[in-house]
Design a protein around this ligand. Structure first.
Ligand code: G6P
Length: 368
Protein backbone atom coordinates (compact mmCIF):
# COMPACT_ATOMS: atom_id res chain seq x y z
CA UNK A 1 0.00 0.00 0.00
CA UNK A 2 2.80 2.43 0.82
CA UNK A 3 4.16 1.97 -2.72
CA UNK A 4 0.75 2.84 -4.13
CA UNK A 5 0.77 6.04 -2.11
CA UNK A 6 3.91 7.08 -3.98
CA UNK A 7 5.59 8.76 -1.02
CA UNK A 8 2.47 10.55 0.24
CA UNK A 9 1.13 9.93 3.76
CA UNK A 10 -2.38 9.25 2.50
CA UNK A 11 -4.27 8.56 -0.72
CA UNK A 12 -6.38 11.66 -0.11
CA UNK A 13 -3.42 14.04 -0.25
CA UNK A 14 -1.89 12.13 -3.15
CA UNK A 15 -5.15 12.53 -5.04
CA UNK A 16 -5.33 16.26 -4.24
CA UNK A 17 -1.84 16.58 -5.74
CA UNK A 18 -2.87 14.57 -8.79
CA UNK A 19 -5.51 17.16 -9.69
CA UNK A 20 -3.50 19.16 -12.25
CA UNK A 21 -2.87 15.96 -14.20
CA UNK A 22 -6.47 14.75 -13.79
CA UNK A 23 -7.77 18.07 -15.14
CA UNK A 24 -5.35 18.00 -18.05
CA UNK A 25 -6.18 14.39 -18.95
CA UNK A 26 -9.92 15.12 -18.84
CA UNK A 27 -9.58 18.11 -21.18
CA UNK A 28 -7.09 16.64 -23.66
CA UNK A 29 -8.62 16.15 -27.11
CA UNK A 30 -11.93 17.58 -25.94
CA UNK A 31 -11.11 21.21 -25.36
CA UNK A 32 -8.84 22.58 -28.06
CA UNK A 33 -8.41 26.31 -28.75
CA UNK A 34 -9.95 27.38 -32.05
CA UNK A 35 -12.03 24.22 -32.29
CA UNK A 36 -15.50 23.20 -31.16
CA UNK A 37 -15.62 21.00 -28.07
CA UNK A 38 -15.39 17.37 -29.13
CA UNK A 39 -17.20 14.76 -27.05
CA UNK A 40 -16.81 11.38 -28.74
CA UNK A 41 -19.28 9.43 -26.63
CA UNK A 42 -22.06 12.00 -26.67
CA UNK A 43 -24.32 11.77 -29.70
CA UNK A 44 -26.73 14.64 -29.23
CA UNK A 45 -27.53 16.77 -32.24
CA UNK A 46 -28.73 20.36 -32.42
CA UNK A 47 -32.24 19.16 -33.36
CA UNK A 48 -32.41 16.79 -30.39
CA UNK A 49 -31.18 19.47 -28.03
CA UNK A 50 -33.73 21.99 -29.28
CA UNK A 51 -36.42 19.51 -28.38
CA UNK A 52 -35.50 19.15 -24.71
CA UNK A 53 -37.62 21.31 -22.46
CA UNK A 54 -35.57 20.63 -19.35
CA UNK A 55 -32.50 18.90 -18.01
CA UNK A 56 -32.27 17.04 -14.73
CA UNK A 57 -28.89 16.49 -13.12
CA UNK A 58 -29.10 13.64 -10.64
CA UNK A 59 -26.38 12.28 -8.32
CA UNK A 60 -25.39 11.61 -4.70
CA UNK A 61 -22.80 13.09 -2.34
CA UNK A 62 -19.93 14.97 -3.90
CA UNK A 63 -21.22 14.17 -7.39
CA UNK A 64 -24.46 15.95 -6.43
CA UNK A 65 -22.41 18.95 -5.37
CA UNK A 66 -20.79 18.94 -8.81
CA UNK A 67 -24.33 18.87 -10.22
CA UNK A 68 -25.19 22.07 -8.33
CA UNK A 69 -22.46 23.81 -10.28
CA UNK A 70 -23.67 22.03 -13.41
CA UNK A 71 -27.06 23.71 -13.10
CA UNK A 72 -25.52 27.18 -13.03
CA UNK A 73 -23.02 26.40 -15.79
CA UNK A 74 -25.43 24.73 -18.22
CA UNK A 75 -28.23 27.26 -17.67
CA UNK A 76 -25.77 30.08 -18.28
CA UNK A 77 -24.14 28.55 -21.31
CA UNK A 78 -27.01 26.78 -23.06
CA UNK A 79 -30.05 28.65 -21.65
CA UNK A 80 -31.95 25.40 -20.96
CA UNK A 81 -33.66 25.09 -17.56
CA UNK A 82 -31.79 22.64 -15.30
CA UNK A 83 -32.99 21.03 -12.09
CA UNK A 84 -30.62 19.22 -9.73
CA UNK A 85 -31.66 16.59 -7.24
CA UNK A 86 -30.18 13.87 -5.08
CA UNK A 87 -30.96 10.48 -6.58
CA UNK A 88 -32.63 9.05 -3.47
CA UNK A 89 -35.11 11.95 -3.39
CA UNK A 90 -35.72 12.25 -7.11
CA UNK A 91 -36.65 8.56 -7.45
CA UNK A 92 -39.49 8.79 -4.98
CA UNK A 93 -41.03 12.13 -5.84
CA UNK A 94 -42.87 11.16 -9.01
CA UNK A 95 -40.79 13.47 -11.22
CA UNK A 96 -42.00 14.69 -14.61
CA UNK A 97 -39.94 12.74 -17.14
CA UNK A 98 -40.66 12.13 -20.80
CA UNK A 99 -38.94 12.12 -24.18
CA UNK A 100 -38.47 15.89 -23.88
CA UNK A 101 -36.32 15.41 -20.79
CA UNK A 102 -32.57 15.04 -20.79
CA UNK A 103 -31.11 13.43 -17.69
CA UNK A 104 -27.46 13.79 -16.71
CA UNK A 105 -26.37 11.35 -14.00
CA UNK A 106 -23.03 11.92 -12.29
CA UNK A 107 -21.24 9.15 -10.41
CA UNK A 108 -17.53 8.69 -9.76
CA UNK A 109 -17.87 4.92 -9.31
CA UNK A 110 -20.69 4.44 -11.79
CA UNK A 111 -22.20 1.97 -9.32
CA UNK A 112 -24.18 4.04 -6.81
CA UNK A 113 -27.50 2.20 -6.40
CA UNK A 114 -29.84 5.21 -6.26
CA UNK A 115 -28.18 6.96 -9.21
CA UNK A 116 -28.32 3.80 -11.32
CA UNK A 117 -32.00 3.36 -10.43
CA UNK A 118 -32.76 6.92 -11.60
CA UNK A 119 -30.95 6.33 -14.87
CA UNK A 120 -33.01 3.17 -15.53
CA UNK A 121 -36.29 4.80 -14.54
CA UNK A 122 -35.61 7.85 -16.73
CA UNK A 123 -34.95 5.67 -19.76
CA UNK A 124 -38.16 3.75 -19.07
CA UNK A 125 -40.08 7.03 -19.39
CA UNK A 126 -38.35 7.82 -22.68
CA UNK A 127 -35.69 10.26 -21.47
CA UNK A 128 -32.16 10.24 -22.81
CA UNK A 129 -29.42 9.73 -20.22
CA UNK A 130 -25.90 11.12 -20.25
CA UNK A 131 -23.57 9.59 -17.67
CA UNK A 132 -20.57 11.42 -16.25
CA UNK A 133 -18.41 8.80 -14.56
CA UNK A 134 -14.83 7.97 -13.71
CA UNK A 135 -15.05 4.22 -14.18
CA UNK A 136 -14.95 2.76 -17.67
CA UNK A 137 -17.47 -0.03 -18.15
CA UNK A 138 -19.28 0.68 -14.86
CA UNK A 139 -23.02 -0.12 -14.71
CA UNK A 140 -24.03 3.53 -15.08
CA UNK A 141 -21.68 3.98 -18.05
CA UNK A 142 -22.90 0.81 -19.76
CA UNK A 143 -26.58 1.64 -19.46
CA UNK A 144 -26.51 5.33 -20.35
CA UNK A 145 -27.18 6.59 -23.90
CA UNK A 146 -24.16 8.89 -23.82
CA UNK A 147 -21.06 8.92 -21.64
CA UNK A 148 -18.48 11.45 -20.56
CA UNK A 149 -15.57 9.67 -18.90
CA UNK A 150 -13.58 11.74 -16.45
CA UNK A 151 -9.96 10.73 -16.63
CA UNK A 152 -9.14 11.25 -12.95
CA UNK A 153 -7.58 7.79 -12.57
CA UNK A 154 -8.56 5.48 -9.68
CA UNK A 155 -9.70 7.36 -6.60
CA UNK A 156 -9.03 5.47 -3.36
CA UNK A 157 -9.65 8.11 -0.66
CA UNK A 158 -13.27 7.83 0.42
CA UNK A 159 -13.77 11.60 0.31
CA UNK A 160 -13.79 12.55 -3.35
CA UNK A 161 -11.30 15.19 -4.50
CA UNK A 162 -9.80 14.71 -7.96
CA UNK A 163 -12.95 13.01 -9.27
CA UNK A 164 -15.00 16.05 -8.19
CA UNK A 165 -12.70 18.46 -10.02
CA UNK A 166 -12.90 16.42 -13.21
CA UNK A 167 -16.71 16.22 -12.89
CA UNK A 168 -16.65 20.01 -13.05
CA UNK A 169 -14.60 19.82 -16.24
CA UNK A 170 -17.19 17.40 -17.64
CA UNK A 171 -19.99 19.80 -16.83
CA UNK A 172 -18.27 22.83 -18.36
CA UNK A 173 -17.38 20.80 -21.46
CA UNK A 174 -20.98 19.66 -21.89
CA UNK A 175 -22.21 23.22 -21.28
CA UNK A 176 -19.90 24.64 -23.95
CA UNK A 177 -20.78 21.76 -26.32
CA UNK A 178 -24.50 22.59 -25.95
CA UNK A 179 -23.85 26.31 -26.34
CA UNK A 180 -21.93 25.64 -29.55
CA UNK A 181 -24.75 23.50 -30.92
CA UNK A 182 -27.45 26.00 -30.02
CA UNK A 183 -25.53 29.22 -30.68
CA UNK A 184 -26.58 30.59 -27.31
CA UNK A 185 -23.26 32.35 -26.59
CA UNK A 186 -20.81 34.53 -28.48
CA UNK A 187 -18.07 32.45 -30.06
CA UNK A 188 -15.43 34.78 -28.64
CA UNK A 189 -16.73 34.22 -25.10
CA UNK A 190 -16.68 30.44 -25.55
CA UNK A 191 -13.20 30.64 -27.03
CA UNK A 192 -11.98 32.59 -23.98
CA UNK A 193 -13.63 30.08 -21.67
CA UNK A 194 -11.88 27.16 -23.39
CA UNK A 195 -8.51 28.90 -23.28
CA UNK A 196 -9.01 29.74 -19.64
CA UNK A 197 -10.03 26.18 -18.76
CA UNK A 198 -6.77 24.98 -20.28
CA UNK A 199 -4.81 27.22 -17.88
CA UNK A 200 -6.43 25.71 -14.79
CA UNK A 201 -4.13 22.68 -14.32
CA UNK A 202 -1.21 25.07 -13.88
CA UNK A 203 -3.20 27.34 -11.60
CA UNK A 204 -4.24 24.41 -9.40
CA UNK A 205 -0.58 23.36 -9.29
CA UNK A 206 0.33 26.83 -8.02
CA UNK A 207 -2.29 26.59 -5.24
CA UNK A 208 -1.02 23.25 -3.94
CA UNK A 209 2.64 24.26 -4.22
CA UNK A 210 2.51 26.06 -0.87
CA UNK A 211 0.11 24.92 1.83
CA UNK A 212 1.68 26.80 4.78
CA UNK A 213 -1.21 29.21 5.34
CA UNK A 214 -3.82 26.50 5.02
CA UNK A 215 -1.98 24.25 7.49
CA UNK A 216 -1.70 27.14 9.91
CA UNK A 217 -5.43 27.81 9.69
CA UNK A 218 -6.23 24.08 10.01
CA UNK A 219 -4.21 24.00 13.22
CA UNK A 220 -6.17 26.98 14.53
CA UNK A 221 -9.61 25.48 13.88
CA UNK A 222 -9.10 21.76 14.47
CA UNK A 223 -10.67 21.86 17.94
CA UNK A 224 -13.82 23.65 16.74
CA UNK A 225 -17.26 22.08 17.09
CA UNK A 226 -19.04 24.06 14.37
CA UNK A 227 -17.85 25.80 11.24
CA UNK A 228 -19.91 27.88 8.80
CA UNK A 229 -19.20 28.21 5.11
CA UNK A 230 -20.61 31.19 3.24
CA UNK A 231 -20.87 32.18 -0.39
CA UNK A 232 -23.09 33.80 -2.99
CA UNK A 233 -23.71 32.59 -6.53
CA UNK A 234 -21.20 29.88 -7.44
CA UNK A 235 -19.39 30.60 -4.19
CA UNK A 236 -22.36 29.05 -2.41
CA UNK A 237 -22.01 25.80 -4.37
CA UNK A 238 -18.30 25.83 -3.50
CA UNK A 239 -19.26 26.29 0.15
CA UNK A 240 -21.56 23.26 -0.01
CA UNK A 241 -18.76 21.00 -1.27
CA UNK A 242 -16.20 22.47 1.15
CA UNK A 243 -18.58 21.88 4.04
CA UNK A 244 -19.16 18.26 3.00
CA UNK A 245 -15.40 17.70 2.73
CA UNK A 246 -14.76 19.12 6.19
CA UNK A 247 -17.45 17.05 7.84
CA UNK A 248 -16.49 13.83 6.04
CA UNK A 249 -12.82 14.12 6.89
CA UNK A 250 -12.74 15.90 10.26
CA UNK A 251 -16.15 15.06 11.84
CA UNK A 252 -16.62 18.77 12.60
CA UNK A 253 -20.20 19.85 12.23
CA UNK A 254 -20.44 22.36 9.42
CA UNK A 255 -23.08 24.15 7.42
CA UNK A 256 -22.96 25.95 4.11
CA UNK A 257 -25.17 29.00 3.75
CA UNK A 258 -25.86 31.40 0.91
CA UNK A 259 -24.67 34.82 2.11
CA UNK A 260 -28.04 36.44 1.48
CA UNK A 261 -29.84 33.78 3.54
CA UNK A 262 -27.77 34.41 6.67
CA UNK A 263 -30.35 36.81 8.04
CA UNK A 264 -33.05 34.19 7.63
CA UNK A 265 -31.64 31.74 10.09
CA UNK A 266 -28.06 30.91 10.76
CA UNK A 267 -27.04 34.38 11.89
CA UNK A 268 -28.69 33.35 15.16
CA UNK A 269 -25.81 30.92 15.64
CA UNK A 270 -23.01 33.40 14.98
CA UNK A 271 -21.34 34.24 18.28
CA UNK A 272 -17.97 35.20 19.61
CA UNK A 273 -15.10 33.20 18.11
CA UNK A 274 -17.15 31.06 15.74
CA UNK A 275 -15.32 30.16 12.52
CA UNK A 276 -16.73 31.35 9.21
CA UNK A 277 -15.09 30.40 5.93
CA UNK A 278 -16.10 32.61 3.04
CA UNK A 279 -15.49 32.16 -0.64
CA UNK A 280 -15.37 35.31 -2.80
CA UNK A 281 -14.76 34.54 -6.44
CA UNK A 282 -17.86 35.98 -8.11
CA UNK A 283 -17.04 39.53 -9.08
CA UNK A 284 -20.65 40.79 -9.41
CA UNK A 285 -21.42 39.66 -5.89
CA UNK A 286 -18.24 40.77 -4.14
CA UNK A 287 -19.68 43.83 -2.48
CA UNK A 288 -22.75 42.03 -1.21
CA UNK A 289 -20.64 39.15 0.07
CA UNK A 290 -18.22 41.51 1.78
CA UNK A 291 -21.09 43.11 3.65
CA UNK A 292 -22.23 39.63 4.77
CA UNK A 293 -18.74 39.03 6.10
CA UNK A 294 -18.83 42.30 8.01
CA UNK A 295 -22.13 41.18 9.57
CA UNK A 296 -20.56 38.03 11.01
CA UNK A 297 -17.35 39.81 12.02
CA UNK A 298 -19.36 42.35 14.00
CA UNK A 299 -20.84 39.42 15.94
CA UNK A 300 -17.40 38.10 16.82
CA UNK A 301 -16.77 35.53 14.08
CA UNK A 302 -13.24 34.78 12.95
CA UNK A 303 -13.14 34.68 9.19
CA UNK A 304 -11.04 32.89 6.64
CA UNK A 305 -11.63 34.16 3.12
CA UNK A 306 -10.74 32.59 -0.22
CA UNK A 307 -10.48 35.13 -2.96
CA UNK A 308 -8.59 35.90 -6.16
CA UNK A 309 -5.35 37.84 -6.56
CA UNK A 310 -6.68 41.28 -7.35
CA UNK A 311 -9.27 41.53 -4.57
CA UNK A 312 -7.46 43.30 -1.73
CA UNK A 313 -10.46 44.69 0.19
CA UNK A 314 -11.18 41.47 1.97
CA UNK A 315 -7.89 41.55 3.89
CA UNK A 316 -9.25 44.40 6.00
CA UNK A 317 -11.93 42.35 7.70
CA UNK A 318 -10.71 38.74 7.55
CA UNK A 319 -8.32 36.99 9.92
CA UNK A 320 -6.86 34.87 7.15
CA UNK A 321 -6.95 35.25 3.40
CA UNK A 322 -6.10 32.49 0.97
CA UNK A 323 -5.35 33.83 -2.48
CA UNK A 324 -6.12 31.90 -5.64
CA UNK A 325 -5.10 32.91 -9.17
CA UNK A 326 -7.51 35.04 -11.24
CA UNK A 327 -9.82 33.26 -13.62
CA UNK A 328 -13.26 33.67 -15.22
CA UNK A 329 -16.08 33.63 -12.64
CA UNK A 330 -17.95 30.71 -14.19
CA UNK A 331 -15.04 28.31 -13.77
CA UNK A 332 -13.66 29.69 -10.49
CA UNK A 333 -15.03 26.69 -8.49
CA UNK A 334 -12.25 24.51 -9.97
CA UNK A 335 -9.70 26.70 -8.20
CA UNK A 336 -11.59 27.82 -5.10
CA UNK A 337 -12.39 24.36 -3.83
CA UNK A 338 -8.76 23.20 -3.79
CA UNK A 339 -7.59 25.13 -0.67
CA UNK A 340 -10.76 23.95 1.06
CA UNK A 341 -10.00 20.31 0.25
CA UNK A 342 -6.55 20.86 1.73
CA UNK A 343 -8.06 22.52 4.78
CA UNK A 344 -10.32 19.52 5.44
CA UNK A 345 -7.35 17.19 5.01
CA UNK A 346 -5.09 19.07 7.42
CA UNK A 347 -7.82 19.51 10.03
CA UNK A 348 -8.34 15.73 10.00
CA UNK A 349 -4.60 15.23 10.26
CA UNK A 350 -4.32 17.54 13.29
CA UNK A 351 -7.13 15.55 14.88
CA UNK A 352 -5.31 12.29 14.20
CA UNK A 353 -8.18 10.79 12.20
CA UNK A 354 -8.23 8.09 9.55
CA UNK A 355 -8.19 10.47 6.58
CA UNK A 356 -8.52 7.91 3.81
CA UNK A 357 -11.32 5.95 5.47
CA UNK A 358 -13.51 8.21 7.59
CA UNK A 359 -15.77 6.36 10.03
CA UNK A 360 -19.12 5.08 8.76
CA UNK A 361 -18.50 6.08 5.15
CA UNK A 362 -18.01 3.86 2.10
CA UNK A 363 -16.37 4.76 -1.19
CA UNK A 364 -19.34 3.54 -3.12
CA UNK A 365 -22.87 2.91 -1.87
CA UNK A 366 -24.23 0.04 -3.92
CA UNK A 367 -27.19 -0.75 -1.68
CA UNK A 368 -30.12 1.50 -0.86
C1 G6P B 1 -20.34 7.81 -1.21
C2 G6P B 1 -18.92 8.40 -1.13
C3 G6P B 1 -18.92 9.83 -1.62
C4 G6P B 1 -19.52 9.93 -3.01
C5 G6P B 1 -20.92 9.31 -3.07
C6 G6P B 1 -21.42 9.17 -4.50
O1 G6P B 1 -21.14 8.45 -0.26
O2 G6P B 1 -18.45 8.32 0.18
O3 G6P B 1 -17.59 10.32 -1.65
O4 G6P B 1 -19.58 11.27 -3.41
O5 G6P B 1 -20.91 7.99 -2.52
O6 G6P B 1 -20.59 8.27 -5.17
P1 G6P B 1 -20.48 8.17 -6.73
O7 G6P B 1 -19.54 7.03 -6.99
O8 G6P B 1 -21.87 7.90 -7.26
O9 G6P B 1 -19.96 9.47 -7.22
Amino acid sequence: ESAEKGGYAHFTIKEIYEQPKALKDTMTGRIVPGKKVKLDDIHITKEMLEDYSRIYIIACGTAYNAGLIGKVAIENLARIPVEVDVASEFRYRNPIIDAKTLVIVISQSGETADTLAVSREAQKFGARVIAITNVVGSSIAREADDVFYTWAGPEIGVASTKAYLTMLVAIYSIGIYFAELLGTQQESYLENLKKELLTLPEKVASIIADTTRIEHFADKIHTEKDVFFLGRGLDYQIAVEASLKLKELSYIHSEAYPGGELKHGSIALIEDDITVIASLTQRDLLEKMQSNIKEVVSRGAKVMAITFEDNHDVEHFSDEVIIIPNTMDLIAPILAVVPLQLLAYYVALYKGLDVDKPRNLAKSVTVE
